[in-house]
Design a protein around this ligand. Structure first.
Ligand code: CUA
Length: 339
């Protein structure tokens, strides 16, 4: 008997460890740690549902345990217990009670949905465009277009107008708001707000092909003054390169197929397949926010983009575009200067 208990005990301990692991303090995508009023509203509803679910669980499971213990077969029992079935009163009871409970829960749920769907009048509006596999952000009326890293002012509601260029994606930054599908041919709305400056991670949460998992995002909330400074800087066209390498890199860029897919405002590059690179070096990461913007990562990327990110629309620089490693060195110098 005791020999069989050790593996069972280990299994229970392993489950507990897994459960405790889910409560990690530093989880950056934790919906239960809201960072703004909208996420908090969702969390309040979640708390209510959770408490009710726990109460129901304890009552139902408690009754089951009591019944199992009380009516278990005992030593010396030879006859079957009296067979009963059909108790109309109880059956009606356990049908109506959950229906009432769900009906009651529907009230705060619908109220929350209506409240979240309301479009705030004074919100900052940002046009969001999803495509395989990155996010394009446009600040209407400013000329500012950026990718993957969404800058917002803290303490102000931001209304995202979400459109898709190809298939269904879903925008989600768990500490700021709920999920919102991004559907081709339609504009969906989502309001987000961060109470404090900080960086809030996110991810595309609708399976959208090969690099779905590589379609991340970041929301960078700043003080209103810092945000305004950022916006003003982003509205500027290309800053002319200063170093010889960067200048040569600009020539390589403008002489290559890069211009057909990327925009650098103030140059002939006006493509719209890949991200706007005018202020590329003001972002912390690239390629769907998956690679930190280091020279090393840029070299890997420019050498063989589809090898680094499966399905990438960016061709392999060496094999398909015929870039040399020296070209890539110059391109890196140019790109890293685009602040
Ligand atoms: Cu876009 Cu998954």
């Amino acid at each position: 008997m005791t020999r069989g208990r050790t593996p069972r005990l280990l299994a229970v301990l392993a489950l507990l460890a897994l459960g405790a692991g889910g409560c990690a303090r530093n989880a950056p995508l934790d919906t239960l740690r809201p960072a703004g009023p909208i996420a908090l509203e969702i969390k309040r509803l979640w708390d209510l549902v959770f408490v009710l679910a726990v109460v129901v669980f304890v009552i139902v499971e408690g009754l089951i345990v009591i019944l199992v213990l009380r009516f278990r077969a005992r030593k010396g029992d030879t006859t079957l217990p009296k067979q009963v079935h059909g108790n109309t009163r109880m059956e009606i009871g356990w049908t109506i009670l959950p229906a009432l409970l769900l009906g009651a829960l529907a009230i705060p749920t619908v109220l929350t949905i209506v409240s979240l769907a309301r479009e705030p009048a004074d919100a900052l509006r940002v046009n969001v465009r999803a495509q395989q596999w990155w996010w394009r952000y446009e600040y209407p009326g400013t000329g500012v277009v950026t990718a993957n890293e969404l800058h917002i002012p803290a303490g102000r509601k931001v209304l995202l107008l979400l459109q898709s260029k190809d298939i269904i994606h879903s925008w989600w930054s768990p500490r700021l708001a709920g999920k919102q599908d991004v559907v081709p041919g339609w504009t969906n709305h989502l309001t987000i707000e961060a109470s404090e400056p900080g960086t809030y991670n996110g991810q595309c949460v609708e399976y959208c092909g090969l690099s779905h998992a590589n379609m991340r995002l970041k929301v960078i909330a700043q003080t209103p003054a810092d945000f305004q400074r950022w916006l003003t800087a982003q509205a500027m066209p290309l800053a002319e390169p200063t170093s010889a390498d960067a200048m040569a890199g600009k020539k390589v860029f403008l002489g290559q197929a890069c211009t057909g897919c990327h925009t650098i405002r103030g140059t002939a590059a006006q493509g719209d397949v890949g991200p706007d690179l005018t202020h590329f070096a003001s972002r912390t990461a690239f390629a769907g926010d998956i690679f930190p913007r280091t020279d090393h990562n840029l070299r890997l990327w420019l050498t063989d983009a589809p090898g680094e990110k499966p399905g990438s629309k960016m061709p392999a620089g060496v094999a398909q575009l015929g870039l040399s490693q020296n070209d890539i060195t110059l391109l890196i110098a140019f790109l890293q200067g685009l602040r």
